[in-house]
Each structure stands twice: as structure tokens, then as C-alpha cells.
Design a protein. Sequence first.
Length: 322
Amino acid sequence: MEQSDNLALPYIVSSQDQKHITHNEALNMLDALLHLSVLEKDLTVPPVDPAAGDRHLVGASATGDWTGRDNNVAAWQNGGWVFYLPQAGWRVWVESEQRLLAWDQAQWVSPLDKIQNASFIGINATADVSNRLVLNAGASLFNHDGAGHQIKINKNQSTDTGSVLYQSNWSGRAEMGLAGSDAFQIKVSADGTSWSQVFNADPATGIASLPSGANSSEVTLTDDAFVSLDLKQMSGVIMLWCADETTPDTSGGRFALFYFDASALPAIVAINADAFVTLETGIAPTGTTGLDQYLTIRADSGKFHIENRRGGTHRYRWMLLN
């Protein structure tokens, strides 16, 4: 045997002349291949002025002195190019890309390109048993590879949970998905402990419900003031009432239940209303458009307007029922 099994390092044999040549050849191979690091990969034309010890991964269809040496490690030693044919499992650091590659007997590949069944993956973070995939980043992108793209969350059985949880300082604030059932739900929390269900869609019927109430809000109006509210829809049924708690008003103008249509032909119809409430269409309010001592409600141009002329400041709550 005249060479080693793995790196093919030349042996010094008995009765050999100029043993130093064989010895130095083996040292040059070790110097080139031990802790292998190359300047670049995929070059096809040899550098014009290489420095002693420079190494490269030869690219496909290389030319010049590198012809026929595709994928070889090319090392500039003793004023010439020396080539080393990679063996399975060789690893190399590519300095220009700051990336580690390995030879898979066909090509140089990144070990990260073939991760399968990894127990934990932490990207700029540390993964653990509870969170086996962890990412610390300003943003994440899941892009299509062809046409569309789906993000799938699969649970074991109906009573399990498959959801997306939104947190603030590691405390839950909102959650959406299949939480303990197969109904799609959205819920929110102020403290991560007590939750209010906002939305529920029945998987069998498709019927949606709002367990915590419908679209609603509150406004405060001084005397002879008004507010214009955009409901994002042209028609519906609204319940409106005076929500003063410290100084309840008993003079009237306290509630109204009405249907509105704020399309090109606006309409507003009382279902039930206090005697000191007027419902109108047409002229937009100015604060003193309606009757004095009355609460005036108008609908037009995709909005409904509340005008307070009852005297004093009042808080009004409204709820869109459909």
C-alpha cells in the first residue's frame, strides 16, 4: 500500500529515494484539505494572480487550467494549480458567502438545505420542547412557489385547539381559530386570563354570531353638537340610547330603535323611539339643524348622524344589529 485509504496521502516506502518529496506532498495535501476553507465557489475561470495557498471550488464547465475539474478543490501550491477530488462528507467553508457546504457525492450543498426531522430549529433564537420552531425577526414571509400558498394548522380531534394566538409581552390578547371545537372563533382578552368571545361561525350551518354583542360604539355630544358615523354599510337596524350614568336625563330624547338606508335614496324609519327623538333624511346636520330640545337622527350619503339639542352634554351609545 502506497497511500492512505481516505485522503490518498502518499506513504514513504522503504528504500525510497528523495523521501522528502513524498513527505512534502502529503503535507501539502493536509495543508490544502485540513479545516478546508475556500475563497469562492462556482468559478469557471482560474484567477489571474492567485496567492500562495488560495483555494476555490471549481464551477461547472470550467475553462483554462481548470478544464475537466468541475467541483474539485483547486489549490494554488508551489506556483501551480493542484486539484483534489472531493469525497462524500467533505465540508468546506465558503468565505465569500459565509456559508458551510458539504459534498453529497454529486454536488456541494448546504446542510441546512436538507434538514429533515430536526428536533428543534431556532432562527436567531433558542427553541425548546414547547416551541420547537422559534424565530426572532422583524418580519416573516411565506411566499408562493408556483400559484397560491396555504398555512396549515392541524389538530388531532375536535375538542383540541388549532389557533393563532397574539400576545403582548407574552400575555395573550387575541386568538382566532378552532379553540376547543370545530367552530371558527375570535376572542380577545385584556389580561391573558379572562377572554371574551367576539365571533363564532358554526361549521355545520355557516351561521355567524357575535356572542359579546354587535357593532357598537359610544359618543359624547355637548349641546348643539353633532357627530357623523360611517357604518361601512348602507342599511341596517340601529339601537341608540342615552348612556348618562351620573345624571340620568328624564326629559325625553333618550332612546331610538330604527331602520336606516343611507344609499342614494336615503330613508329612516322608527321601530320604536322616544317622543323627543326626530328621524330625518336629507339635510346634513350643523348642530342647530334639528328642533330645539330634541335628539335628531339623520341618514344620508352612507352615514347616519346624531345631533344633540336637548341641552347639556350627553353620552350616546349605539349598536348596529344587522
